[in-house]
Design a protein around this ligand. Structure first.
Ligand code: FES
Length: 572
């Protein structure tokens, strides 16, 4: 019997040079956990549980995992939970992105190395879902993504609060002197008050919607609030769906295809979703040899309307999105733009799913395709001599009056430089300048943090300036907003053109032409390049994971994945 046909505990044996002994030993050790012989004969659904005391978004996983187990048992399988790395967004230094690939490797290898016939992946916080999808795509065992679900909102006086757009909104007011110290401290305790992921259409919510659109999560489950009883029912159903896939396997490679990735891009654009999601989707698709290009994203963006009125772009929160109809309602609005023959973990096609009665849809939250919030998608890729391999702008969260503009560069050459000088009253800057941050890309010491949302210098914010053009090779939180150009590739710390920008240079932005140009002659740029030196510590002078990361991480346009995790091309 091939290893693929062997089920349950006898899969993937530990090698002692005697197969029967390996089975005997494994059964004997498993018995020590109190399983009966009958149970040990069952096929196994692994449950990758990314619960951690360092991850507030996953604090309800102990309850959720019990519901997954119930579903697996109802489906005739044996549920076995195992831990993986967890990535709690605000608890990781220098930035969670650096550990996404590590979590994906943990997930892939533990799914492959341990005896399971299918797996439920429990994730939620920003990098955990992409990491699990990347790992599942590479392991290619039947897998169901179960997300944590979003937090509920809270209140401060008459204000409705939800992490983390309101965290930034109030912090901006505090910096501008509009909110006092006592008030900001009170608000701190009310921004995030339940289990679950950030309450707006940030990265976690965007990735949850993408997982559902790809077909890796059960229909209707992305937006269920973390604390809603439906979330427990979704967990039970996910366990059951994974158990069903033991006998009727549908592998991630059958679900994540060029067509479903294109559907996911449409969803990202219709949501006005997080810029991070383009990096993550590129990485997930890359694990199956599918390329996501910013050029293609621009083509889709031109024909995909923004429909979802959620913060940080609009007014509402994830719980409103759930009650308004969630992912299914958005999919129905953009149905003519979708590939309907893609598969889902429920064993049906997207077309089958969209045949069902949509139920109530609140069009204040999810606009009709005929009356969209914006005619074009929320993200746009920009190209030019400043970003030969592209950069990303979330136009739906930006100030349109800044879209066609030439400005003088005010350059910060690192995060430290930014922190030291941005609030200096003597900083030579006006609201019409372009703030430029260098050396914050994937190979920099800071590891591409969410620092692209450069703070407006105090001398300008105190005059009421709320937005300026800001350019960097960093990322920004999905919960942030502003005219912020991100993911410039190649990055400054490998000598990309961003490294060559100097104070006083003119930069021309044209969203209409999808371009970002440094108005400096080629000769001058060549001269600057010949004088440029990297500040990066070379990989061979580092150790451990930091060394691996520095050597292997790819640029933003390739998903910041490791080259060695890409599939090996089939021989001709
Ligand atoms: Fe976990 Fe925002 S901190 S999703």
């Amino acid at each position: 019997m091939g290893d693929d046909q062997v089920k349950g505990l006898s899969r993937g044996l530990t090698n002692y040079g005697d197969k029967d002994f390996s089975v005997y030993l494994r059964n004997s050790f498993a018995s020590s956990m109190g399983y009966s012989r009958e149970v040990l004969k069952k096929p196994i659904v692994g449950i990758a549980n990314s619960f951690s005391g360092f991850n507030n978004c996953h604090r309800h996983f102990p309850e959720l995992v019990e519901a997954v187990k119930r579903g697996v048992l109802l489906g005739g399988g044996l549920p076995i939970e195992f831990p993986t790395i967890s990535l709690g967004e605000v608890f990781l230094s220098p930035t969670s992105l650096k550990f996404r690939n590590l979590m994906s490797m943990d997930t892939e290898e533990m799914v492959r190395a341990q005896p399971m016939d299918a797996v439920v992946l429990m994730g939620g916080c920003d990098k955990t879902v992409p990491a699990q999808l990347m790992g599942a795509a590479s392991a290619d065992l039947p897998a169901v993504q179960l997300v944590a679900g979003p937090m509920m909102t809270s209140r401060y006086g008459e204000e409705r609060l939800g992490a983390c757009t309101d965290c930034r909104r109030f912090w901006g007011k505090y910096r501008a002197g509009e909110v006092g110290t006592e008030q900001i401290n009170d608000i701190e305790g009310r921004l995030a008050t339940t289990a679950g992921t950030c309450a707006v259409m940030g990265t976690a919510s965007t990735m949850a919607c993408i997982a559902e659109t790809l077909g890796m999560s059960l229909p209707g489950t992305a937006a269920i609030p973390a604390v809603h009883a439906d979330r427990l029912r979704a967990a039970e159903a996910s366990g059951r769906a994974a158990a069903r896939m033991i006998d009727q396997p549908i592998r991630p490679s059958q679900i994540i295809t060029e067509k479903s990735v294109e559907n996911a891009l449409r969803m990202l654009l219709a949501l006005g979703g997080s810029t991070n999601a383009i990096v993550h989707l590129t990485a997930v698709a890359g694990r199956l040899g599918i390329k996501v290009s910013l050029e293609r994203m621009n083509e889709l963006s031109d024909t995909t309307p923004v429909l979802v009125n959620l913060k940080p772009v609009g007014e509402h929160y994830m719980e409103d999105f759930f009650f308004a109809g969630g992912v299914g309602a958005v999919l129905r609005e953009i149905k003519p733009l979708l590939h309907l023959d893609t598969l889902t973990v429920a064993g049906e096609t997207l077309g089958d799913r969209l045949e069902r009665d949509p139920g109530y849809v609140d069009h204040r939250v999810i606009a009709k395709a005929e009356t969209p919030l914006e005619l074009q998608g929320g993200l746009v890729g920009l190209f030019g001599n400043l970003a030969p391999r592209g950069a990303v702008l979330k136009r739906s969260a930006a100030d349109e009056t800044l879209f066609e503009k030439t400005g003088r560069a005010v350059v910060f050459n690192s995060l430290e430089d930014l922190a030291n000088r941005v609030d200096d009253p003597d900083l030579d800057i006006t609201k019409d300048d372009f703030m430029v941050l260098q050396n914050a890309g994937p190979k920099s010491a800071s590891g591409m943090p969410e620092a692209g949302y450069l703070p407006i210098p105090k001398k300008l914010s105190s005059q009421g300036i709320k937005d300026m053009v800001r350019i960097s090779d960093a990322r920004m939180s999905g919960t942030a907003f502003g005219t912020i150009i991100l993911h410039v590739a190649p990055e400054a710390s490998v000598g990309g053109p961003l490294a060559l920008v100097r104070n006083g240079d003119q930069i021309k932005l044209s969203v209409e032409n999808k371009s970002i140009e440094l108005l400096v002659s080629d000769e001058e740029l060549a001269q600057r390049k010949s004088e440029w030196k990297s500040d990066n510590v070379p990989p061979e002078q580092r150790r451990g994971y930091d060394r691996l990361y520095a050597a292997e991480v790819s640029q933003a346009d390739e998903g910041c994945d490791f080259a060695f995790l890409q599939p090996i091309p089939a021989e001709n």
